[in-house]
Design a protein around this ligand. Structure first.
Ligand SMILES: Cc1cc2nc3c(=O)[nH]c(=O)nc-3n(C[C@H](O)[C@H](O)[C@H](O)COP(=O)(O)OP(=O)(O)OC[C@H]3O[C@@H](n4cnc5c(N)ncnc54)[C@H](O)[C@@H]3O)c2cc1C
Length: 375
């Protein structure tokens, strides 16, 4: 069996935003790292809207995830500065969550209560205040919650910038151990430490319970500045969001489907997204629909990421589910610290790969999908 390259210190399996961020952090720390991926940047990171939204992603019973997401949000400004905030379309003008009907408003009010209980900085807005913040909103909108801490970025541009900085070997990993990877063509790369960041595919490669959660998404294109704020909406009980880019593109998402490794875009999925986004933002009906897409979020049974060393000696950086764009920089900092024997910047104990050991096997793959807005 031939070696693929000179022996690096660390091999990162998976070149999505998480694996590339880990690789880049290691390189900046002086650790020789290489990423292995036959199709880097084509997974969930290509589908993602790019909301960096610890507040509007806060749900009941997920306070350990909230803590990580808040730390992740704090890590973003420095990460964006290093990559070039303009190059990645990093925008810090907050995010609005709006309720379409009276029932939707009741749901939003209870989310607002949760935000206040957790001490999160949010402003509740009346209908008219919502429309003043985002004039494209329908007059029927009943009210909303504005979060100044929730930001957004263009994940495709982040991945493109990372790919300029991190070496990638274009093969797929077929077998993985702590200190070597065998590629699907039989060649081998040895190293001191393997990190696995293969997103929704991690469960296929290794024994961790990561499943794919499908998300369909649309890209609209209109005049620059048409939509000023990212808007998440609850429309007759369904969830939808619209995230603007600086060039006039607007990403509309996202469905949340337990369909295995299916990435088909369906008529029903597109219909639901358009129905809800046009009810909320009727002015978008005249803009171009330029892309439909579907990606696979990597989901663990408890919806929390898997970050840390497993019993097998492999370091895991996966299961980032709805928030992998938000949490990539803090994951990279944590994994780089672990690999170098330093203390990670956040408590990783809730995210240990070994936390599923005691779980009955039948429960592992089937976490209930959340009914809220899906990132
Ligand atoms: C529709 C949608 C919208 C989203 N919106 C948001 C959002 O607004 N904000 C947010 O924070 N998150 C969002 N997410 C979630 C986010 O996209 C993911 O959590 C994140 O992209 C996960 O990154 P990753 O690098 O772990 O996985 P991926 O980006 O999926 O990358 C995994 C990589 O592993 C590679 N790989 C697989 N198998 C192998 C192998 N055998 N050998 C080598 N490489 C392999 C793949 O080719 C791929 O490049 C969204 C997701 C979806 C689907």
């Amino acid at each position: 069996m031939a070696d693929l390259s000179p022996k690096p210190d660390v091999i990162v399996v998976g070149g999505g935003i998480v694996g590339l961020s880990v690789g880049w952090q290691l390189l900046q720390d002086g650790v020789e790292a290489v990423v292995i991926d036959a199709a880097p940047g084509t997974g969930a990171s290509h589908a993602a809207a790019g909301m960096l939204a610890p507040i509007h992603e806060a749900y009941w019973g997920e306070s350990h995830i909230l803590g990580l997401n808040l730390a992740a949000s704090q890590a973003w400004p420095a990460f964006a500065d290093q990559l070039g905030a303009d190059a990645i379309d990093y925008c810090r003008n907050g995010m609005l969550m709006a309720a379409y009907s009276a029932d939707d408003k009741a749901l939003l009010d209870s989310l607002g209560d949760l935000h206040e209980q957790e001490g999160l900085p949010v402003q509740r807005l009346r209908s008219r205040e919502c429309r003043r913040s985002e004039p494209l909103l329908a007059p029927s909108v009943r009210g909303g919650v504005y979060s100044p801490l929730d930001h957004h970025v263009n994940p495709r541009r982040v991945v493109a910038e990372l790919l300029k900085r991190v070496p990638v070997i274009a093969v797929s990993a077929a077998e993985i151990a702590r200190d070597q990877v065998v590629a699907d063509d039989g060649r081998r790369v040895a190293c001191q430490q393997v990190v696995v960041a293969a997103g929704a595919w991690t469960g296929r490669l290794l024994g961790v319970p990561v499943r794919p959660v499908k998300g369909q998404i649309l890209r609209l294109s209109g005049p620059e500045g048409l939509l000023g704020l990212p808007v998440r909406g609850v429309v007759r009980g369904s969830s939808v969001y619209a995230v603007p880019r600086s060039d006039g593109e607007i990403v509309v998402g996202a469905t949340q489907e337990e369909q295995g490794f299916d990435t088909r875009v369906t008529a029903g999925g597109v219909y639901e997204l358009l129905r809800d986004v046009l009810a909320l933002l009727p002015g978008l009906s005249e803009v171009d629909l330029v892309e439909t897409w579907a990606g696979l979020r990597p989901g663990a049974p408890d919806n929390a990421p898997i970050i840390g060393a497993g019993d097998d000696g492999i370091v895991y950086a996966t299961g980032h589910y709805r928030n992998g764009i938000l949490t990539a920089p803090i994951t990279a900092a944590a994994v780089a610290a672990l690999v170098q024997g330093r203390r990670p910047p956040v408590d990783l104990s809730p995210f240990s790969p070994n936390r599923f050991d005691a779980m009955p096997a039948a429960r592992l793959p089937d976490a209930e999908p959340l009914s809220g807005v899906a990132g």
